[in-house]
Design a protein around this ligand. Structure first.
Ligand code: NAI
Ligand code: MG
Length: 396
């Protein structure tokens, strides 16, 4: 088979080191690929006024698969301050390049698995009967709609008159907000389309079917957010009835789901939600399996897909001479990439190696040792980013 080309997108801060170590693991596992580096992130904002240059878009258009580290984002004003002097006159406004990628390539299906590694010292434990300690095995895969909802960007402070007039036509608006001066209103919309809702639902049912999960849970709030959450749940009911009768459809409210997070996390399989609630519920479950050092994700579009750890660029660790951050989230994201492009044997091999290193418990990054992240953690016995990758490579 022809060698693959993967677009590597290191980005900022710790993005570069976790990606480098991950590529070392991929090579050691026998994955044959060429990597072309795509420019993305803060440097390109400062120097070019665009954190997602067109040449990077072109690379992804051509090669279809991106492996992304992390970027640094800053609020609008801070971003403007750091822009190079000659660009300051141009009226440029910063926007996050990862959100930009999701929107440009319509990467609308986000998958975030949260699966317990046996032996991980960060695993959630709870008190059982007679004060016993239980360590439930979490095996949840969250499907988050990635492009719409509260992240769709349709929002105003002091909305234009025509928007205000349209809102006034809604009886609830007149009743609850009709007396508020227009310039004291901030409005963020939550827009769901049938097409994207059907895509995220179908992706979640298909996944449950393929990997043998018994249930799909819609985690929204249809009793209160009747139109958007309501539409998603109704469409899920119809899809389950017509196409996936062998899979159970469960319905939870996001607030109750977070309360139950620690009560019965082992009961859930596939969970599907809109953009905001998907973000919340996936961070919640990630906390049960070790947090940001372990949380991986895939952003899938119809053509292009980008795989990335959930964590950001962790700037405070970026300049350490020896990097201390946990590369497992990035490595697990690369395994999702391998599964996606049908390199399942290599993916399984890497996942097995990661699981063995964690189970053995000899090599642990600072987060796994419950240390505060400081430059001296390696002297105190924590593995560096590279040592963790080496340990995984040794198990391959
Ligand atoms: P962050 O995820 O970068 O870091 C938060 C904390 O989590 C770190 O200080 C560290 O204690 C821990 N952490 C993160 N990754 C870890 C790893 N691999 N191993 C061990 N510990 C790890 O989030 P923060 O500090 O809120 O944001 C930093 C920058 O990253 C910001 O500019 C933010 O906008 C950006 N960001 C980018 C994301 C992306 O590229 N997709 C996602 C989240 C934040
Ligand atoms: Mg998040």
């Amino acid at each position: 088979m022809a060698k693959r080309t993967i677009v590597s997108l290191p980005g900022d801060g710790i993005g570069r080191v976790v990606l480098e170590e991950t590529i070392r693991v991929l090579n050691a596992a026998g994955f044959e690929a060429d990597y072309v580096e795509g420019d993305i992130g803060w440097e390109f904002w400062k120097n070019e006024g665009n954190p997602l240059p067109d040449r990077t878009i072109k690379l992804l258009e051509k090669h279809k698969i991106g492996l992304f580290g992390a970027i640094t984002s800053k609020p609008k004003d801070a971003a403007f301050e750091e822009l190079s002097e000659d660009l300051k006159e141009k009226g440029l406004v910063y926007s996050s390049p990862i959100v930009g990628l999701r929107q440009h390539f319509n990467l609308d299906v986000c998958i975030r698995p949260c699966q317990t590694y046996t032996g991980n010292p960060l695993n959630f434990v709870r008190r059982g009967k007679d004060n016993s300690i239980e360590e439930p095995k979490v095996d949840v895969v969250i499907f988050r709609q990635n492009t719409e909802g509260l992240y769709g960007g349709v929002e105003w402070s002091d909305p234009p008159q025509e928007v205000y007039n349209a809102l006034l036509s809604h009886p609830k608006f007149r009743l609850n907000f009709g007396n508020v001066p227009k310039n004291e209103l901030s409005i963020s919309t939550r827009i769901f389309t049938k097409k994207a809702t059907a895509r995220i639902l179908r992706a979640s049912f298909e996944y449950a079917k393929k990997y043998g999960y018994k249930s799909v849970t819609v985690c929204e709030k249809p009793n209160v957010i009747r139109e958007t959450s309501g539409m998603m749940y109704k469409m899920a009911q119809q899809m389950q009835r017509d196409e996936y009768p062998e899979i159970e459809l469960w319905n939870t409210n996001i607030d109750a789901q977070m309360m139950w997070l620690t009560k019965n996390p082992e009961d859930y399989g596939v969970i599907v939600a809109g953009n905001m609630f998907g973000d919340i519920v996936s961070d919640g479950f990630a906390g049960l399996i070790g947090g940001l050092g372990f949380a991986c994700s895939a952003n899938l579009g119809e053509e292009v897909s980008v795989f990335e750890p959930t964590h950001g660029s962790a700037p405070k660790y970026a300049d350490y001479e020896t990097s201390i951050v946990n590369p497992i989230a990035m490595i697990a994201s690369a395994c999702m990439m391998l599964d996606h492009i049908n390199e399942k044997a290599i993916s399984s091999k890497i996942k097995k190696a990661v699981a063995e290193v964690i189970l053995e418990g000899k090599v642990k990054t600072y987060d796994m040792m419950k240390m505060t992240g400081k430059a001296d953690v390696v002297k105190k016995g924590a593995a560096s980013t590279k040592e963790m990758a080496d340990a995984i490579i040794n198990k391959l």
